[in-house]
Design a protein around this ligand. Structure first.
Ligand SMILES: C[S@@+](CC[C@H](N)C(=O)[O-])C[C@H]1O[C@@H](n2cnc3c(N)ncnc32)[C@H](O)[C@@H]1O
Length: 508
């Protein structure tokens, strides 16, 4: 193991994790508590319940910049959140945002999993939800072992554990990129970002010169092309750590069994429709595997799985009733539009007779699965299958509670809009009605900042002006006809966005 020494602030062993560059500021919808509750119930497990006046508790291990956790905390004021990460700059970012937004239900802890495994602090206690996203397959085996010990400390019977990791066999074609990037990094001459650029450049030249391996591994072409548009901080954290191991589900399930965690089902909700929706010869071959671990791995081979989002549960936790879950409308497709649902196992086309009645039923506010099934005169099981596709397509969102306090989300969203105006690459707003976050564009955030600073009175002209000023300050290239384009964006913002965001509690 080649350990890097952390800079000021920690000074310790990073266990081969490349800390040269900060990570991205994303949001993972599958970590929202309401989503996890639904995923548990779809798998026949119970969702955590706050009993005897106790508040629910949520822990993220390896929370990166903590932006996702801030969004979740603001959108779920009834839950207490704790984030753990060992990179000082990540923890500092999350604390700064949380403080600026006055989030009182989020605590950030700068800590190393290895130290936590050895001595779990008493004040950490146990959690109803524990999430790890993009951590487990990027750390050395000893850190993975420490993470499992942390999971044993952090959970009690009934706790849900979400774990998102690079799966097999979808990364096979990326092996050569990762290998060369490691060798280039080991020369010690380049920074992390420069190592990525140098490796991408090498593959670009190999590809245009016709290197034979590109023909043998067509996925390598796609993977090298994708590098050109990916965030470079992400690429450093994807490829430059000493350990990078895409894992089979069976391996992860075996590891987590040590913490008395058993596999409940998938948090990539649409994959709960597998193997049923696969062509019969593939479906039957998967179902013929008696060992559930082999069945899961064969299924991943069939769909060339690249990223798994698994839900584990401590103990039994049976008895979840999927019909009780409530759903809210996010973005309804046009009433006569065919909705294309892109999944890891292909694309499905949902015709208006399938999706329009659900959107119509939800247009007046959120409904339970039971209510939606009754309104359509369909069995709950059949309705759930349709809902899984609509949720995956971003039309609906499963959520826990309704009509709660939106103040924290409004404060956080103002901080996010200000941050975007200062150049932060934020791309989500907290939406308390769904207990999660909404994807938004950078332009919409600049308009939101302009609108909020105008005392919420801005008209198309003044908002367009505000947008252009902000773009100018950020040194962004204006469009061909900047005034016209800015007015068009401001018009859509005032005419559509504000109403959509208000409906979901993102703004007041
Ligand atoms: C790829 S990032 C994922 C961050 C976040 N979950 C997300 O999806 O944005 C992995 C995170 O794990 C943290 N990490 C890695 N090894 C760690 C360790 N031994 N102890 C604590 N944090 C660690 C890193 O600092 C990094 O922020």
């Amino acid at each position: 193991m080649r350990g890097l020494v952390m800079g000021d602030g920690l000074g310790g062993e990073t266990h081969g994790y490349d800390v040269s560059t900060g990570y991205t500021y994303g949001f993972c919808r599958e970590m929202a508590p309401g989503w996890l509750d639904f995923a548990a119930r779809v798998s026949g497990k119970a969702a955590p319940i706050a009993r005897d006046g106790r508040r629910l508790r949520f822990l993220e291990l390896g929370c990166g910049q903590g932006q996702g956790l801030c969004l979740l905390a603001a959108a779920n004021p009834h839950i207490d959140f704790v984030g753990v990460d060992f990179m000082p700059e990540h923890v500092a970012h999350a604390r700064k945002v949380a403080q600026a937004a006055g989030l009182t239900n989020l605590r950030m802890e700068q800590a190393d999993f290895v130290a936590l495994a050895e001595a779990w602090p008493d004040h950490f206690g146990a959690f109803d939800y524990v999430a790890l996203h993009g951590v487990y397959s990027w750390v050395i085996p000893q850190v993975r072992e420490a993470l499992v010990t942390c999971l044993a400390h952090a959970t009690v019977p009934g706790s849900l554990v979400y774990i998102g990791y690079n799966g097999q066999p979808g990364w096979v074609a990326s092996g050569p990129f990762r290998h060369f990037a490691q060798l280039i990094k080991q020369t010690g001459e380049l920074s992390g970002l420069a190592t990525i650029d140098h490796t991408a450049d090498l593959f670009g030249r190999l590809q245009s010169a016709g290197a034979a391996t590109f023909k043998l591994l067509p996925g390598l072409v796609a993977s090298v092309n994708a590098m050109k548009t990916r965030n470079r901080g992400y690429l450093v954290h994807e490829y430059l750590h000493d350990s990078w191991q895409a894992m089979w589900h069976s391996e992860v399930a075996q590891d987590l069994a040590r913490a008395d965690l058993s596999f409940a089902g998938t948090a990539t909700l649409v994959e709960a429709l597998l193997p049923e929706l696969l062509p019969p010869p593939l479906r039957d071959t998967i179902l013929a595997q008696v060992d559930p671990r082999l069945r899961a791995d064969v299924q991943d081979f069939v769909i060339n799985q690249a990223y798994r989002r698994d839900l584990f549960v401590r103990g039994e936790a049976v008895g979840g009733d999927v019909a009780e879950t409530r759903l809210a409308l996010l973005a309804a497709p046009g009433a006569s539009e065919t909705l294309n649902v892109r999944t890891t196992f292909g694309e499905m086309a949902l015709q208006p007779p399938a999706h329009a009645p659900i959107s119509a039923a939800l247009s007046g506010g959120s409904r339970s699965v039971r209510e939606l099934a009754a309104a359509q005169n369909r069995p709950v099981g059949e309705t759930v299958k349709l809902l899984l596709m609509l949720i995956h397509a971003g039309t609906l969102f499963p959520h826990a509670a309704n009509g709660m306090d939106s103040e924290a989300a409004h404060r956080l969203n103002a901080v996010i809009a200000r941050g975007a105006a200062e150049g932060m690459p934020y791309d989500h707003l907290a939406a308390p009605v769904i207990g999660a976050a909404l994807p938004v564009t950078g332009t919409d955030l600049l308009l939101l900042d302009s609108w909020l600073l105008s005392g919420e009175h801005g008209d198309v002209d003044s908002l367009a002006e505000g947008l252009l000023q902000r773009l100018g300050r950020l040194g962004r290239k204006p469009a061909e006809d900047p005034d016209q384009e800015a007015k068009k964006c401001a018009g859509i913002f005032l005419g559509q966005r504000l109403a959509e965001w208000r409906r979901l509690g993102a703004i007041g």
